[in-house]
Design a protein around this ligand. Structure first.
Ligand SMILES: [Zn+2]
Length: 209
């Protein structure tokens, strides 16, 4: 018997055996990177291309974070370029199928916050509610909302631009990079970290203002 962890294949085999015993709850087809058919598992996996092609024909991209032309590379909620996972619209635990009509593509962070309900229309309501007009701004906007929740006000209110202000902000930003990080597997600064960073800049900007 191979030692678990010595290779990807033996690790997956151990997971399958554990899942057969009911001990492993990880949804393997859901989180595997896009490999097309996963023959080693004996499971037919819908490819990312098939999922994008299906929804490009069936769902209007209006109001979504991503255009269908870029939906194979960008998370459909946060529109960041990340490793994408298949997210079941109706969860497998509620009878959802492994087919393009029941799948969307999300990064791990957004996948963890996606709705788990037997109401397929709600997935699109949720995606449109989180849509941002510009790529690369989603997590900063979430940081602003987190800031308001924590501090009871918006950041940077009442500050007006000046060279002196920008010097203070620039000096603060240099220090912040060394004092922030990400959770394992997320890859991007999360909303609460954004809120803390914006608070440091806000405080620095108001110093002697
Ligand atoms: Zn995302």
């Amino acid at each position: 018997m191979p030692t678990p962890g010595t290779s990807g294949k033996s690790l997956i085999s151990c997971r399958i055996r554990a899942e057969e015993r009911g001990a492993w709850k990880l949804n393997i087809p859901c989180i595997l990177p896009n490999q097309g058919t996963t023959e080693a598992l004996g499971i037919m996996i819908t490819t990312h291309r098939e999922i994008v092609d299906y929804w490009a024909r069936h769902e209007d991209e209006c109001g979504l974070s991503v255009d269908w032309a870029e939906a194979e590379k960008l998370c459909w909620r946060c529109a960041h370029k990340r490793l994408l996972q298949r997210c079941h619209i109706i969860p497998r635990s509620l009878g959802g199928e492994e087919s393009p009509s029941n799948l969307v593509l999300l990064c791990a962070q957004c996948h963890g916050e996606a709705p788990n309900v037997a109401d397929p229309a709600f997935m699109w309501t949720w995606l449109r509610a989180h849509a941002v007009p510009f790529y690369g701004t989603y997590w900063q906007q979430r940081g602003v909302r987190e800031y308001e929740l924590i501090f009871g006000e918006k950041p940077f209110v009442g500050l007006s631009h000046s060279d002196e202000l920008m010097e203070r902000v620039t000096a603060t930003l240099g220090d912040l990079f060394a004092r922030t990080s990400t959770h394992w597997g997320q890859g991007k600064i999360n909303p609460s970290t954004w809120a803390w960073a914006m608070r440091q800049v806000d405080r620095a900007a108001r110093h002697d203002a």
